[in-house]
Design a protein around this ligand. Sequence first.
Ligand code: SF4
Length: 115
Amino acid sequence: MALIGTESTAQPPLSEPVDWRQHAACRDMYTTLGKEDPFFPSRGKADVVNDKALKICFACPVKQECLDYALEKREINTGIFGGKTPSERKWLYEKAQKAKGIQKQRRKRRKAKAS
Ligand code: SF4
């Protein structure tokens, strides 16, 4: 995701109730990673550049929060979020949608039985 433009580089302790992005491993990395943003590489460079991003995500303390955010906001078509590529996120998103559909059907059936 490469959180560009955040103001402070100080990392607050994880126990503090601050936005999870404050703890992102990719925070403020735009200037140190070179011209190509590994989280949103240009076409044709995705495979090579994404590896850099995935290595950064691997050690990120807010990987799950980042992935949850991406799935909630339907960020499934481009970039790296939560250590997952677009195709991995798309698979997770569709799986979650399918599970929601199944739960909805079960609730409907239970409701129908009860009435
Ligand atoms: S999981 Fe990756 S993209 Fe998400 S905040 Fe961490 S380093 Fe950035």
